[in-house]
Design a protein around this ligand. Structure first.
Ligand code: PMP
Length: 355
């Protein structure tokens, strides 16, 4: 007898992370290149002395700090082992096998995978010709079975961002029993004032009696804690409570909680680092455009090159130059903005790619 696993999972592709190649510059996973601040390393080391104990499963101190920072009651917050886990928990909290999730495509690769793992239906809505989310088509894709819609803003991997009025108009079209999840993994890199702060937008919706908006954020990108796995969700009290019910106990570990708190203490410094990355993003995009590439405007810490059939070749070329980018076969390459010297190495590779 062999173990019978779910037949519907056998055809499911696994999540493929960005590659790490020894001796090469990694611009493949939207991490920040700079290592953690000394104060964060100290907080992690202090927390390490008590790892014989389970962590505080409710992450009480972190939730309280986030509540203060965002001006949201703690009952409307939930932390998770990275925001990807919260994506999965939100699908688990809203969907059974009879239900479905609407999401843009191409977007964060985990959306279809976690939806399939939960067993819910997947409805992918192609991006616009300008590589942005097609909210009109997403609204049209919602059916009575749709329990959740992911709105990735800015969108991974294209970097494009929706403006406030577009999102508000979209939410008006979504039925009250369908949850809109605004995934703001890259929020801290936004510099366009018309791109809304999702939490502020959600608060206005809640005040207007629409409870069906939730927001996801992470410490992985701007706060530089990708290796520790901590993110958070902000939603209505009911959504946050259900998230806490589907939570795997103790999944946000003690080191992650301590590091997140220390990062909030050092927020000014970390956000200044984000501004430097944003400046580099503008420079890299300009240089790529000057070299003849199409590069959609990005509000995240990466740029998107819609290279279509030449993507694999571009990827190989960059690898040969010891620069690792993230290639999506037949579609395009996503390149994280790193330190200026790393970006220079990438630009040299991009310029020398025969076009
Ligand atoms: N959402 C988006 C759009 C992402 O790009 C990512 C990371 N690639 C995540 C969520 C998950 O981030 P994490 O689990 O590290 O918080």
């Amino acid at each position: 007898m062999t173990v019978r696993t779910r037949a519907d999972l056998s055809a499911l592709p696994s999540y493929v992370p960005g590659k790490t190649v020894t001796g090469a510059i990694k611009l493949a996973s939207n991490e920040v290149s700079a290592g953690p601040l000394p104060s964060v390393v100290r907080a992690i080391a202090d927390a390490a002395t008590a790892v014989n104990r389970y962590p505080d499963t409710a992450a009480t101190e972190l939730v309280a700090r986030l509540g203060d920072k965002l001006d949201v009651p703690t009952g409307q917050l939930a932390v998770g082992c990275g925001s990807v886990t919260l994506c999965q928990q939100l699908v688990q909290a809203t969907c059974t096998e009879a239900d479905e999730v609407v999401f843009p495509w191409r977007s964060f690769e985990a959306y279809p995978i976690i939806t399939a793992v939960v067993g819910a239906g997947r409805s992918r809505v192609p991006l616009t010709a300008g590589h942005g989310l097609d909210l009109a088509a997403m609204a049209a894709a919602i059916t009575p079975r749709t329990r959740l819609v992911f709105v990735c803003n800015p969108n991974n991997p294209t970097g494009t961002a929706l403006r406030r009025a577009e999102i508000e108009r979209f939410i008006e079209q979504v039925p009250a029993e369908t949850l809109v999840v605004i995934d703001e993994a890259y929020k801290e890199f936004v510099d366009d004032p018309d791109v809304p702060d999702g939490v502020e937008l959600a608060k206005a919706q809640w005040a207007a009696g629409r409870d069906n908006v939730a927001v996801l954020r992470t410490f992985s990108k701007a706060y530089g804690l990708a290796g520790l796995r901590v993110g958070y969700a902000v939603g209505s009290p009911e959504v946050a409570e259900t998230l806490r019910k589907v939570y795997v106990p103790f999944s946000v570990n003690a080191l992650a909680q301590a590091a997140a708190l220390a990062s909030l203490d050092a927020e000014d410094e970390l956000l200044a680092r984000c501004r430097a990355i944003v400046a580099e993003r503008g420079r890299v995009r300009g240089e790529l455009q000057a070299a003849g590439y199409e590069v959609p405007e990005s509000q995240a810490n990466f740029v998107w090159l819609p290279l279509g059939e030449r993507t694999a070749e571009f990827n190989e070329h960059c690898l040969a130059q010891k620069v690792v980018v993230r290639a999506f076969a037949g579609d395009g390459a996503r390149v994280t903005i790193g330190e200026p010297d790393e970006n220079e190495a990438f630009l040299a590779a991009a310029r020398s790619f025969a076009r």
